[in-house]
Ligand binder design. Structure first.
Ligand code: PAF
Length: 274
């Protein structure tokens, strides 16, 4: 695997890559990332990944400083997954001057759910993804459905800025007990790790209820929030939304149920399509 720590190095190698599938990451790779790399290989001649912990998408008081950085192990896993190129810039390469021009996704997409809890997060995320796409120039880019709202914002950004890339979603990969894999799971204590699958099991319960014909969405959301709180969680939201734009939904359109909650000091997110 070639590791490019500069834009010039990546661009010089780009013509030989042919049709390229790209998987941007913040490192600390788990099986969910590796599944995206494998999926990427089905769409292109070669696969490139990036590792960059993007300060711009972390709020004040969030976990930028303690976000796990495991570069050597990540490289080993990428090699084993057949990834041929890694773009791994430092902050000076990505932000040589303060990033004054930023992508500002519309309020109706960023003022809800994750965006409401993490002001500025989607501006920082969309800005770095736009920069990465400009640098890497892939034909295809893959993003996991675990960050469902992120995927929606990126799809719309690509559409509205006419970026010549096909966005492909990857399914969430889960531990045997249902917990969605996430770099942040590593923050959980043993007791919290044993409790953490409750989030997925509550979402599964909501899905089962809706599939069985339940129509009282607010009741389902409130019951699940109360159960989380009763087990020591601090929930941010549990919301049944329409898949296309994550706005409040009628029960008879394609839906997704999304959740975010803190367990101890760790904030977990998850979702299930219904
Ligand atoms: O999902 C992530 O890991 C990040 O938000 C991304 C897309 C790599 C942008 O920093």
């Amino acid at each position: 695997m070639q590791i490019h720590d500069s834009i010039a190095s990546f661009r010089a190698a780009r013509p030989a890559m042919g049709r390229l599938a790209f998987v941007p990451t913040m490192g600390n790779l788990h099986d969910g990332h590796i599944a995206l790399m494998t999926q990427a290989a089905d769409h292109a001649d070669s696969v490139a990944a990036s590792i960059f912990v993007n300060r711009l998408q972390f709020g004040a008081g969030e976990d930028f400083d303690r976000y796990p950085r495991t570069f050597a192990e990540d490289c080993r896993r990428l090699e084993a997954a057949g990834v041929r190129h890694l773009f791994a810039p430092n902050e000076t390469v990505m932000y040589p001057v303060p990033q004054r021009y930023q992508v500002a996704p519309p309020e109706e997409q960023t003022g809800i759910l994750e965006g409401a809890c993490r002001p500025g997060h989607f501006n920082g995320m969309a800005t770095v993804v736009l920069k990465l796409l400009q640098i890497v120039q892939p034909e295809v880019a893959l993003f996991g459905k675990k960050d469902y709202q992120q995927l929606m914002v990126i799809r719309n950004m690509v559409l509205e800025f006419n970026i010549p890339v096909e966005v492909i979603p990857g399914e969430t990969v889960r531990a045997a007990d249902g917990l969605a894999l996430s770099s942040r799971n590593g923050y959980l204590t043993d007791t919290e790790r044993a409790e953490a699958p409750r989030l997925h099991s509550l979402l599964s319960g909501i899905r089962r209820a809706l599939q069985a014909g339940e129509r009282d969405i607010p009741r389902l959301e409130i019951d699940a929030l109360e159960e989380l709180a009763a087990h020591g969680w601090q929930p941010d939201y549990i919301a049944v939304r329409r898949r296309s734009d994550l706005q409040p939904a009628q029960a008879d359109e394609p839906l997704v149920v999304l959740a975010a909650a803190k367990l101890g000091s760790t904030r977990l997110i998850d979702n299930l399509e219904i």
